[in-house]
Design a protein around this ligand. Structure first.
Ligand code: UDP
Length: 243
């Protein structure tokens, strides 16, 4: 089957079991096929939103690939006997940028506050000389401007569009524009450009290894408490589903 990949079922969605390197290979296959695809990272927040937000579950189902992201999803899949490595948006942006420097893939960054996106691109260009970031746009515009923004992006013929506008706005933007833009990979990547611009700092490696990145984010930005509050609900949903 086209674009088949190993998956596990979790709360009504099939979640990819590909690790980071395999996901990058999958992306390269998609790029060679030239059809537009929505890609999502699936974390506990996304799975709770799927139950709370009308229409969001359908959006998740439309994705070609849903990566396992976050300690919660990793735990839920381990209960079902699957060992997964985390494939996060921020790591995928970085690895694709590195690949772009080697293979010339055309990347477009949209999302985050004005200035932040440019800074993220600039810093990645310094880190991966020769990477092909063909354009950037901030993420603060109304949905009725999506077609206008999309027309400008389409002219640049990107292979990959990373949209960092938070859920569900970034996925709505992708679905509104994917046919017009036609990029083989269109992916929501949350707060990634804030990280690459230096606006937010990633958790120290030790905290990442202990799956405490959420606690680090909460310490830096207490408004994230809304997300953390969803975790007990997520745990209950997983326990109710059983193995
Ligand atoms: N954002 C945006 N447009 C909006 C609302 C948010 O571009 O209308 C950006 C915001 O500046 C931030 C990102 O979307 O860079 C969302 O980050 P968040 O931390 O919520 O994402 P997470 O990774 O936690 O899903």
């Amino acid at each position: 089957m086209k674009n088949a990949h190993p998956t596990a079922e979790l709360l009504g969605f099939s979640v990819s079991l590909l690790d980071m390197d395999q996901t990058l290979e999958f992306f390269q296959d998609l790029i060679s096929q030239r059809e537009p695809n929505l890609i999502m990272t699936l974390d506990a927040t996304a799975l709770v939103l799927a139950q709370e937000l009308p229409g969001f579950a359908d959006i998740i189902r439309r994705a070609t690939l849903r990566t396992a992201d976050g300690a919660g999803v990793k735990w839920a899949l381990r209960r079902k006997g699957h060992t997964v490595t985390r494939v996060s948006g921020v790591d995928l942006v970085e690895r694709m940028t590195e690949l772009s420097a080697q293979r010339g893939y055309r990347l477009y960054f949209i999302g985050a506050e004005p200035g932040v996106t440019d800074l993220a691109a600039e810093r990645l260009r310094l880190k991966y000389p020769g990477c092909n970031i063909v354009g950037t746009h901030h993420g603060y515009f109304p949905a009725d401007s999506d077609p206008v923004v999309a027309a400008d992006i389409a002219k640049l013929k990107p292979d990959v569009v990373f949209a960092a506008m938070g859920m569900p706005r970034q996925e709505q933007f992708i679905l509104n524009t994917m046919q017009a833009i036609g990029a083989p990979i269109m992916m929501g990547v949350g707060g990634s450009f804030d990280v690459f611009s230096g606006k937010t700092k990633r958790a120290p490696k030790l905290m990442q290894a202990l799956h405490l990145e959420w606690l680090w984010r909460l310490m830096l930005n207490p408004t994230k408490i809304a997300k953390v509050k969803k975790l007990p609900k997520f745990a209950l949903m997983v326990l109710r589903e059983g193995r």
